[in-house]
Every structure is written in structure tokens, then in C-alpha cells.
Design a protein around this ligand. Structure first.
Ligand code: SF4
Ligand code: ZN
Length: 301
């Protein structure tokens, strides 16, 4: 296993080691081809802004490739509007073409408005769902649509090692162990309307990314989303961070252990053929996609 933390390196070598890790992950999982058209999902936070900077640097070595960025404005007052400014500034600085898309434009509703409706409408379908559950499903859709419309063939997201290990535990706690098979550095492209997603930072711990961003003086938004504390993910973060503090390497070991059993999980999880949603035409495993189901349950479409 590659050492992943605790190295005794000077600040300069440490930031280079993070770029090396991203480069190694990209190579190990064969994330990119030399002529890929890549779109980076940039929220304006430290992870995605760091990813943008690293990919912009790497992409310079491949003249046939191209890089652009997208930001999804979920409509979270006092949070996303500020993050958006950081995303715009960073893209401008790096001369990366930048698109902004929003929940309001795509779904006709802001996340803040959805949250108010969730609080008012407690139905069987919406019970137990947090703002993050809606946000995650809608953002994935928004990113895919933006990437498809931009004509790119790769969508790079800034999921880091912490995100990936939290997702593994969340799947277990939700009783959906086979879903772990989907926690992949490169997601399968199993429908023509889906743009392949890749996660170049999936083996880099969050705090190392933060260190990189500070060291490189990257400007990013640091205030947390007002809805973040409502998510079970937040509890997973606390548990894993405690474990990591006591037993250095816990997150990486968990990530790699799961990778070993993934082929068995993939065999058990029947490969579901994607079809098109009867309501919106986007790829889905059911007759009606999750996005439409969620919006219809709240009566906002
Ligand atoms: Fe969306 Fe939740 Fe992230 Fe906020 S914390 S941006 S609501 S997923
Ligand atoms: Zn749909």
C-alpha cells in the first residue's frame, strides 16, 4: 500500500505528494485518455477548487484534451451564492471555461424552497429524508445534464477519501450493502445519456486537500452548508475522524478492503439495465427516476 499520511515531508514536498497521489489514482484506475473532454464539478469549496487546480496543471500536458468547469447553484441562501463567487474567480484565474446551472432553472425550485416544502409536507415518501438527500439526487442530475450539454465525455468530481469511506459506512447503515459496489473511482457508463464520472481525489484524505489548498493559497469558501449538520453523513465523518486520529490509516484501509471484496459484491448485485424515465426521459432503474419521484412527492412538478 502507498503511504498516505504521516509522512515527514516539507510543505513543498507534501503538496507535490498530493499531486502525485492524484496522478497515481488517475493512472491506476485509467481515468482519462489523452484526448478526453473533461468537465470538473466545482462547488467553490476546497476539494473541488483543489481538483480544478490539479487537473488544470495535468491537462496542460495533453494538447488534445480539454478542460471546462460547472457549478450547480442549488439555491441555498447565504451559502452557495458566496461559493459561486469563488468558483467563478478560480475558473477565471486558470482560464477555464465555466458554466453555471441551477436547481431553479432545471427543476423550477430552489433547495431552500424544497426544504420548506419538506417541513410542511410530511408524507410516507418524504419521511426521514434530509435536505442533503434531495440535494444529492438533484445535483447528480444537474451535473450529468450540464456535462452532456457541454459535449464532454468525462465528469470529474472532487470526492475525497473521507467522502468515499463515509459513503461505504452509510450504505451499510442504510441496510444497502450491495450499493457499496457502486462506490467506485470510475463509475460505469451504462446508458448513452450518462456522462462517465471519475473521482481523481478519492484516495486523498480531506485534511491533506485542505493543506494543499492553503499551501497553494487557493481561495475557496470555508463556511459549511447550513443543512450539513442534518445529515447522517456528518455522524460518519465524526466517527471516522476519531478512528483515524487513534489509528492512522483507518480510512485508506477501509477503502482498500472494500475494493478487495467489490468484485464479489458486483456479482451479487444484479446488474440493473438502465432505461429512460417515463416522466423526464433521463436514465433510471425504475419507471420513474428518483429525481421525478422526489419532486412529485413534494408536489413541486
Ligand atoms: Fe447539499 Fe447537503 Fe451538501 Fe448542503 S451539505 S450542499 S444540502 S448535500
Ligand atoms: Zn424523471
Amino acid at each position: 500500500m502507498r503511504p498516505y499520511s504521516g509522512e515527514k515531508l516539507c510543505a513543498k514536498c507534501f503538496t507535490k505528494s498530493i499531486e502525485d497521489k492524484a496522478r497515481a489514482t488517475i493512472a491506476n484506475y485509467k481515468m482519462f485518455q489523452h484526448d478526453d473532454k473533461i468537465m470538473v464539478a466545482v462547488s467553490g469549496g476546497k476539494d473541488s477548487t483543489t481538483l480544478l487546480h490539479i487537473l488544470e496543471k495535468l491537462e496542460g500536458n495533453f494538447p488534445k484534451s480539454s478542460l471546462c468547469a460547472v457549478t450547480v447553484d442549488e439555491g441555498i441562501k447565504g451559502y452557495r451564492d458566496e461559493a459561486l463567487k469563488f468558483a467563478v474567480k478560480n475558473c477565471r484565474k486558470l482560464n477555464v471555461e465555466h458554466t453555471i446551472t441551477s436547481f431553479k432553472d432545471l427543476f423550477g425550485v430552489k433547495l431552500d424552497e424544497l426544504v420548506k416544502t419538506i417541513q410542511k409536507t410530511r408524507t410516507d415518501e418524504t419521511r426521514g429524508l434530509t435536505p442533503c438527500a434531495y440535494c444529492g439526487v438533484l445535483r447528480r442530475r444537474a451535473l450529468n445534464v450540464a456535462a452532456r450539454e457541454a459535449g464532454v465525455n468525462k465528469l470529474a468530481t472532487a470526492h475525497n477519501l473521507d467522502d468515499e469511506t463515509q459513503t461505504i459506512l452509510l450504505n451499510l447503515l442504510h441496510g444497502d450493502a450491495l450499493r457499496i459496489a457502486r462506490v467506485n473511482p470510475v463509475l460505469a457508463k451504462n446508458h448513452p445519456k450518462l456522462v462517465q464520472r471519475v473521482k481523481p481525489l478519492c484516495e486523498v484524505p480531506e485534511r491533506e486537500i485542505a493543506f494543499y489548498a492553503f499551501q497553494k493559497r487557493i481561495k475557496f469558501q470555508s463556511i459549511p452548508c447550513p443543512y450539513a449538520s442534518t445529515a447522517l453523513r456528518n455522524d460518519m465523518r465524526i466517527i471516522l475522524n476519531r478512528m483515524e486520529e487513534k489509528h492512522s490509516g483507518t480510512k485508506f484501509t477501509l477503502f482498500k478492503s472494500i475494493e478487495k471484496i467489490k468484485p464479489a459484491l458486483e456479482k451479487m448485485a444484479n446488474e440493473t439495465k438502465l432505461r429512460e424515465c417515463k416522466s423526464c426521459g433521463e436514465p433510471t432503474v425504475d419507471d420513474i427516476c428518483k429525481t421525478c419521484q422526489m419532486l412529485q412527492a413534494l408536489d413541486v412538478v
